[in-house]
Design a protein around this ligand. Sequence first.
Ligand code: FDA
Length: 462
Amino acid sequence: SVPSLASPDDFLQCLREKIPSELVYTQSSSSFAGVLVSSIRSPRFFTNTTVRPLCVVTPTDASHVQAAVLCGRTQGVRLRVRSGGHDYEGLSYRSARPEVFGVVDLANLRAVSVNQSETTAWVDSGATIGELYYTIAKDNSQLAFPAGLCPTIGVGGHFSGGAIGMMMRKYGLAVDNVLDAKLVNANGDLLDRAGMGEDLFWAIRGGGGGSFGIVLSWKVQLVQVPPTVTMFNIAKTIDQGAADIVTRWQDVGPSLPNDLTMTSADCQSMTWLQSVAFISFWNRDTPVEALLSRTTSLSTYTKNKSDYVQSAISKGVWKDIFSWFTMNGAGLIILEPHGGFIGSVPTDATPYPHRSMLYNVQYIVFWQGDGGAAANTWLGNFYDFMGQYASKNPRQAYVNYRDLDIGQNVVVDDVTTFDGGKVWGEQYFASNFQRLASVKAAVDPTNYFRNEQSIPPLAQGR
Ligand code: FDA
């Protein structure tokens, strides 16, 4: 079991013995801050008061990950794992509470290996989805994979939370297309699907990152796309009928043929890979190679929240909703239609429980170093207002749009409690939360892998 007192010096000594020293960056290293910040998206989590890791380990081999887990277990130092660093609350590299921990950053483990005849691929967690899409499509423009939009998202965290995107109505979530995985568990064992068993394999496909172990790579089923797909981008103001369009879209969007995610005229034809670049950069001329850039910017502060809508909202209410966007501090919302294939998958097939929803809502506010008071006040008030129109009992939220405001783990006797976890856990996972907690109890009973919203182990007898 994990000793309750951490031994940081012994932990670092253990790492030095087992992992090449150039892959271990301690706080005293001149490169530490640069490595730590390398995939941080939000300046909120890179300040003088941020609780930073003791070290960042950048493995180049699975054995380094296993060694880091074993050193952490024996010396009582927890690990957080980072793939693409896009967690909205920064949980892959900072702790919201005072804590001694190390970071395993998988950016060096990012191979993508496509098997054209099988139409499958093995993708390492440290790859970005831009690298995945590019590698799949560069040799065959009719192969693709259904996952998220932003090309710098890391595969590891993204798949761990389910991964929604433009093709979910046709092919489902990324995790609906995962065939196998390799994971280092809390004992430092490297396991594939057969080795980990079906319960753990179920849990890692959407139960959220950072709870069950470190997933090193994923075998995915690639999907077919036509030689060209059609994209559009249309702006409409309130005066041009935006409230009518959104009202109607709520019925039409989720019930369109599965090949469509939206309706419209004003369309442009392009390859699927070009469409991925287009939706990321909103510019037809951006070369697809731009999808390979891992560079992120620290210039903008953001805060995100999410909802799911089960019954269409009336036009009158949409008019009220639109009026919120004229207020001080206003941000934006993104609506993504469900239905189609994603809606046809049983709720308990993977931990993602939101299958029967019409659409999800993502709320985003932005600010520039002024503390963000107006933006955050607007977001809080708007989210409260939307509660009456969102899903209820529980009000559902998407784990990949991580939001610590909906609840954080309660730690008792050095273990996170099931009842504390339920507060946020049933919003992310609904009736799948309890099964996730029982898998956690089976595979990591001492709760080695944990963060502010990791799955708690279900106590025996519940
Ligand atoms: P990061 O490395 O920060 O990890 C996130 C969480 O997973 C952390 O708790 C971490 O410890 C854990 N984790 C990371 N790697 C792991 C591994 N190998 N094994 C186990 N646990 C691991 N989502 C979506 O579904 N569709 C979308 O279109 C978008 N779009 C989008 C755009 C932008 C700009 C951002 C910032 C985010 C999104 N997202 C999204 C959300 C995204 O899916 C979510 O933040 C993912 O968790 C990010 O995965 P990373 O590996 O980049 O994050």
